[in-house]
Write a protein that binds this ligand. Structure first.
Ligand code: GAL
Length: 399
């Protein structure tokens, strides 16, 4: 018996010693990562990709910054001018990334200064792998160096893509760049763009400020084309994700296609309204220097933007669906609700929201405001019905 006890005591001691040795060898425990405190409302801005793809240069970026001011977009809340893929040239002998000298001859610092002088902020793009999707140098193995370079150029926003990443672990790849950005000491919004592959809504909250929930958007109302998703297709993929979003960390259903020409004005209004009720980043992707007054009116609808930017930061849920007719709703600061009545069908149709769907007592009388007609409607009790155009919405604020 005694021998057995001694044997177990020895076993225990050896075990504890082994653990101690392991502990001493491993790195000291890191403090838990917390959010960077940026993007307390969804970021708003413009990005080169949806309209211009790889056909970009510094002139386009400067003209866009000018148009953001002259069109009233800056004053409506748009801030970031973001250069997406294909700005990169090669790395120098020390491994520092340089812009493509033909397209960006004045350099990125000068472009950042130009953007800042307009009262706007500067965004750029890179990739967690060795190559970007456009086959330019990615940041793999150069994360801290690139973050320092961006900070020296005055970058305020980084979109970080997921091409050529092979067996890389998504969460730790994004953590590395997140830490690299923080180490610069410059506040830089971090946009996680891994297309929702590894459910970034489950781990992205303290790493980045927004994460793509899907593959790329394309300028279509309905359907899917390879990895490209239409507005309705992306909308369906957002259902059930609302609880993951909040101030500083947003679901990103991809950038706007408003004004790019393949949808109707009605569809663009719906696209914009849906993105706003989803508390999505509002990153325009059209040619701002040639946009029509109709497109400008959609992008600068301040009542719709105010829903997107509501400080509570609660993303909408689909609270009712009957075939092609849906109701999306979100609570707003002060106790009100924003509501989108959506008609996906090919003909105009009435759509109803009940107070029950809004978690409100049926007896309550609510004031209604139509956010596209810019007018107050008669107050209502228990429910509200509106005729909604084909592929259209009626967007309301109720309080
Ligand atoms: C995709 C990304 C797009 C765009 C493109 C650039 O992966 O989802 O938004 O950035 O790469 O090559």
């Amino acid at each position: 018996m005694n021998r057995l006890r001694v044997f177990f005591a020895m076993l225990l001691t050896t075990g504890l010693l082994a653990c101690g040795a392991l502990r001493a060898d491993s790195a000291p425990p890191r403090p838990p990562r917390t959010g960077n405190g940026l993007a307390l409302t969804p970021p708003m801005g413009w990005n080169t990709w949806n309209r211009f793809g790889c056909s970009i240069n510094e002139d386009l970026v400067r003209k866009t910054a000018d148009a953001m001011v002259s069109s009233g977009m800056r004053d409506a809340g748009y801030q970031y001018v973001i250069i997406d893929d294909c700005w990169q040239g090669t790395r120098d002998a020390e491994g520092n990334i340089r812009p493509d000298p033909k397209r960006f001859p004045s350099g990125m610092k000068a472009l950042g200064d130009y953007i800042h002088a307009k009262g706007l902020k500067f965004g750029i793009y890179s990739d967690a792998g060795k190559l970007t999707c456009g086959k330019r140098p990615g940041s793999y193995g150069h994360e801290y160096q690139d973050a320092r370079t961006y900070a020296s150029w005055g970058v305020d926003y980084l979109k970080y893509d997921w091409c050529s990443t092979y067996t890389q672990d998504a969460q730790s790849s994004y953590e590395t760049m997140s830490d690299a950005l923080r180490a610069t000491g410059r506040p830089i919004v971090f946009s996680i763009c891994e297309w929702g592959l590894h459910k970034p809504w489950l781990w992205g909250k303290t790493i980045g400020n927004l994460w793509r929930t899907t593959d790329d958007i394309y300028d279509h109302w309905q359907g899917r084309h390879g990895y490209e998703h239409s507005v309705l297709d992306i909308l369906d993929l957002q259902a059930g994700l609302s609880s993951y979003a909040g101030p500083g960390h947003w679901n990103d259903p991809d950038m706007l296609e408003v004004g790019n020409g393949k949808m109707t004005q009605e569809e663009y209004k719906s696209h914009f309204s849906l993105w706003a009720i989803l508390a999505a980043p509002l990153i325009a992707g059209n040619d701002l220097s040639t946009m029509s007054p109709e497109t400008r009116a959609i992008l600068t609808n301040r009542e719709v933007i105010a829903v997107d930017q509501d400080p509570l930061g609660i993303e909408a849920d689909r609270v009712a669906k009957q075939g092609d007719y849906e109701v999306w709703a979100r609570p707003l600061k002060g106790g009100g609700r924003a509501v989108v009545l959506l008609n996906r069908s090919a003909a105009s149709h009435p759509v109803t929201v009940t107070w029950q769907e809004l978690n409100l007592p049926a007896s309550l009388r609510l004031k209604l405001r139509d956010l596209w007609a810019h007018k107050d409607l008669p107050s209502a009790r228990g429910s509200f019905t509106a005729e909604v155009p084909s592929h259209g919405v009626v967007m309301l604020r109720m309080e």
